[in-house]
Design a protein around this ligand. Structure first.
Ligand SMILES: *Cc1c(COP(=O)(O)O)cnc(C)c1O
Length: 394
């Protein structure tokens, strides 16, 4: 197994120009619809190989910029190949679509990102593909939910907003024994903190929109697959005409160069904030995989190399006005969707409506934090002032 430290040189050296003399440090941003060939023979050879990774043929298949990022993320995750698409949600849809058909059945973690659930309930259901949601702590017992028509298991670990860890190895073992494909959303961990393919998972998806690009300006998705599953995904993405913009790919490559230093700081700051929040009398629970009371903490210790900057806390039951008193007027925390950028964010999340297999019964309001790169002491002071407002608003 790779260790996190083994990935550092790759973040710096993969996806760089090789052939030119002299050469710039960075690849230029290559925009192309048309590639020109010197002969009909060359053209036909490229055409015949167009579904293979890294083939320059026509802009929709990818440009040199696209292929540099795809090669880098595939290498970091230990996969055969990667495909860059226009958003994280597109990556999720494209990791599922090639493997389902009318009459088939999939298993999806109850704690998945909300729009993943919507894709299953709205689009897949209309195609005649049924979904069963399973509790994230299921492990090897997932065998009991598998049917003869089950073709895919979707995991997300830790889960969105509530951060329950999944035993990916146990689920992958069951899936392999029954010929079921496994897909995991690894956006929270990034390949620096968890490499699911090493644990037997077939396909990894990322919202590169979050930590990989890291600056709250790019929308991009990445799918990394093992050797058996790359080709159907590549063909499906091309059949749908789906591709990432070279500009957003370029910015993601730029973000990847500093991924390790950013993740180190995001994780350390998140842990400091989580510990501070846990000590506040108004806080009922803190949901962060690095804390022993987080469900699946032992799995985090076994499988992961660190945490990212995103975690949640649950307030003891309180009015909406008091919640607003805490969150409004924070100086450093923005109120907004997404996470994984350099700036800190805070946002309440309602998870009760979206859980069916593992209902969320904790009564208080859940608040998600994305710890940015500001000083941890200033972030704590900002939250402290928010809690003062909370205490004085009754
Ligand atoms: C944001 C997010 C996505 C979707 O990514 P987009 O680029 O916004 O489409 C998928 N999974 C997780 C866990 C996310 O947080």
């Amino acid at each position: 197994m790779k260790r996190r430290a083994d990935l550092l040189d790759k973040l710096t050296h993969l996806g760089r120009p090789r052939a030119r003399r002299p050469r710039p440090v960075n690849l230029p941003m290559e925009f192309a619809s048309t590639y020109l060939f010197d002969s009909l023979e060359e053209f036909e050879a490229a055409r015949a190989a167009r579904f293979e990774k890294g083939q320059l043929n026509y802009g929709r298949y990818g440009t040199e910029t696209t292929y540099a990022l795809e090669e880098m993320i595939a290498d970091l995750e230990g996969g055969y190949g990667a495909i860059a698409v226009s958003s994280g949600l597109t990556a999720i849809a494209l990791a599922i679509l090639p493997f389902v058909a009318t009459g088939r059945h999939i298993l999806v973690a109850d704690t998945v990102y909300g729009p993943t659930r919507h894709f299953c309930d709205a689009i897949l259901q209309r195609m005649g593909v049924s979904t069963t949601y399973y509790p994230p702590g299921i492990g090897a017992d997932i065998e009991e939910l598998a049917r003869p028509e089950t073709c895919l298991i979707f995991l997300e670990s830790p889960g969105s907003n509530t951060f329950e860890l999944q035993d990916a190895s146990a689920v992958a073992r069951v899936a392999r024994s029954r010929g079921i494909v496994t897909v995991i959303d690894n956006t929270w961990a990034t390949p620096l903190n968890f490499r699911p393919i090493e644990h037997g998972i077939n396909i990894v998806v990322h919202a590169g929109t979050k930590y990989l690009s890291g600056h709250s300006d790019v929308m991009i998705g990445l799918i990394v697959a093992d050797g058996q599953n790359y080709d159907p995904i590549r063909r499906t993405s091309l059949a749908l005409g789906e591709r990432a913009s070279p500009a957003e790919v370029f910015l993601t490559l730029r973000g990847m160069r500093t991924l390790e230093v950013r993740m180190e700081r995001h994780g350390a700051t998140a842990l400091a904030l989580a510990k501070w929040l846990k000590a506040q009398p108004e806080v009922d629970r803190v949901l962060c995989p690095a804390l022993p009371q987080c469900p699946g903490h032992a799995i985090w210790k076994r499988d992961f190399d660190g945490i990212s900057g995103v975690f949640s806390f649950v307030l003891k039951p309180c009015s909406k006005d008091r919640l607003a008193a805490l969150i409004d007027n924070l100086d450093l925390f923005g109120i907004g969707l997404s996470w994984g950028g350099y700036e800190s964010l805070i946002l309440p999340a309602d998870v009760t409506a979206s859980r069916t297999a593992a209902p969320w019964t904790t009564p208080g309001r859940l608040v998600r934090i994305s710890a940015g790169l500001e000083s941890p002491a200033s972030l704590i002071a900002d939250l402290q002032a928010g809690f003062e407002r909370f205490r004085h608003n009754s």
